[in-house]
Ligand binder design. Structure first.
Ligand code: UDX
Ligand code: ADP
Length: 462
């Protein structure tokens, strides 16, 4: 259909979320010769993509969207029409962990994907390339290919895997200059042809040596494994942070020392209250489930421990708070600085702050939450314990009358606050629990705070 328009390719993406929106905006910005349409069942989301207030907060994204929107980038709810006109269909709908039935709590819930496959069959009357963008269990592509090609219209669908490695908060930079782009296809003639078409898109701005092709299963598995390895590094350093607190070692010094071994390298070694985000836990559980389904129980346990260590770190943090605040936090006001799962995003999916808040609410503390971008999401996440929670935009107000501050998210602005002023308005003794080790602990101690970093000896006046 592209032939009748001024565009050389007609690309669509089903699912206008954290992955689909930014990825398609970048493709459209870099390739004015293609028509790129992003569709979603959620009309509110589409309206937001068409407005000045994008539905997700991502530094630099609005500039990219603005450059292409209305020119060759379109956001729409007309899914059927878009599918009909497209030659290439990216699918980026959600694949949450199943909450019911076989594999509940581990396996990926593929209902949105399968529904999309059926939408694609219904609306299509020409051959299409279907690109898996959502992270899916290995071998999903071939299952999808079977569903799609069971159509009785004689249409051929070629499914390729093109996992997205962008991280939130740095999505624009990651898309503009990716470490690699991975495209997996069947090794058949039609598979390799489809792969070449997708390579062509990225080759508009990504250097050829960074575009990697593989078989479809390697591509699907690589995405899960990349996330599992990254999460494993965080759980590893977090496990060491617990040991440091007992041995007077300093986890940052240990991390710095091992990081200089070029085989280990410096990234993803910051001890924290735990990793969050929509991918790490989900993808590891997915890996665990697949291993189990093949009877690889030892392999499954090995990866499952990465998630268990993460849960332990969150519980350990709250336990330290309760123990140091004289074994009770009931009725005490505790200010949480940050709620997003990391800085520079409003996303709170799997944020450790959710568990910390729930545990503190169970202890009947009064939790006051502040965050520059994530308060709306926080309100939705905490529906079950609202009577113990307050939300406050201004960190100074949040800390007023509080017994403790617990820093959850490494927002830069929290480093720059006037902690002398904050201290003067808090209950005494005043505590700081730095879940990200980003504050100036010595200065806080000198002001009068009792400071509890992660993986370091506390600085206390008690
Ligand atoms: C991750 C992967 O990085 C990305 O490649 C993939 O496409 C999606 O999943 P994202 O979830 O956006 O991206 O965030 P990431 O920057 O990886 O951080 C995940 C979590 O780990 C955050 O909660 C972060 O605070 C935490 N983290 C990260 C640490 O606790 N310590 C570190 O050293 C690094
Ligand atoms: P991700 O982080 O993987 O991008 P999101 O949850 O942010 O996931 O986005 C997934 C998007 O997919 C949501 O906006 C959701 O409304 C959309 N979606 C889910 N199912 C369908 C479907 N059948 N058709 C179109 N869009 C869908």
């Amino acid at each position: 259909m592209g032939g009748q328009s001024r565009f050389s390719k007609n690309i669509i993406c089903i699912g206008a979320g954290y992955v689909g929106g930014p990825t398609m905006a970048m493709i459209a910005a870099k390739c004015p010769q293609y028509k790129v349409t992003v569709v979603d069942i959620n009309a509110e989301r589409i309206d937001a993509w068409n407005s000045e207030n994008l539905p997700i907060f991502e530094p630099g994204l609005y500039e990219v969207v603005k450059q292409a929107r209305g020119r060759n980038l379109f956001f729409s709810t007309e899914i059927e029409k878009a599918i009909k006109e497209a030659q290439i269909v990216f699918v980026s709908v959600n694949t949450p962990t199943k909450t019911f039935g076989e594999g509940a709590g581990k396996a990926a819930d593929l209902q949105y994907w399968e529904k999309t496959a059926r939408d694609i069959i219904r609306a299509s009357d020409t051959d299409k390339i279907i690109v898996e963008k959502s992270t899916l269990p290995v071998r999903t592509a071939s299952a999808m290919e079977r569903i799609l090609n069971a159509n009785d219209k004689g249409i051929h669908f070629e499914v390729v895997s093109n996992p997205e490695f962008l991280a939130e908060g740095t999505a624009v930079a990651d898309l503009e200059n990716p470490d690699r782009v991975l495209i997996g296809s069947q090794m058949t003639e039609t598979g390799l042809k489809a792969c070449k078409e997708i390579v062509e898109i990225y080759a508009n701005w990504v250097p050829a040596q960074k575009i990697l092709t593989s078989n479809v299963w390697s591509s699907e598995l690589s995405k899960l494994v990349a996330n599992a390895f990254l999460a494993q590094r965080i759980s590893s350093i977090n496990s060491i942070s617990a040991l440091c607190e007992y041995t007077e070692a300093n986890v940052s010094e240990v991390a710095g020392a091992i990081a200089m071994d070029s085989r280990i390298g410096p990234k993803f070694l910051n001890a924290s209250i735990g990793f969050g985000g929509s991918c790490f836990k989900k993808d590891i559980l997915n890996l665990v489930y697949i291993c189990e389904s093949y009877g690889l129980h030892e392999v499954a346990r090995y990866w499952e421990n990465v998630v268990l260590m993460n849960d332990y770190q969150k519980r350990r943090f709250v336990k330290t708070m309760i123990r140091t605040m004289f074994n009770t936090v009931a009725g005490k006001r505790i200010a949480l600085f940050g709620f997003a799962f990391k800085a520079n995003t409003g996303d709170t999916r799997e944020s450790p702050a959710i568990d910390v808040t729930r545990q503190l609410a169970e202890e009947r503390a009064k939790v006051v939450i502040t965050d520059p971008k994530a308060l709306d999401n926080a309100k939705m996440d905490l529906q079950s314990c609202l009577e113990f929670v307050e939300f406050c935009e201004d960190p100074y107000e949040a800390a007023k009358g509080a017994h403790a501050i617990a820093l959850m998210t490494e927002w830069n602005e929290y480093k720059k606050l006037d902690y002398q002023k904050i201290y003067s308005q808090m209950e005494k003794p005043a505590f700081v629990f730095d879940g990200r080790n980003i504050l100036d602990h010595k200065l806080l101690f000198e002001i009068g705070f009792n400071v509890f970093p992660l993986g370091r000896v506390p600085l206390t006046h008690l």
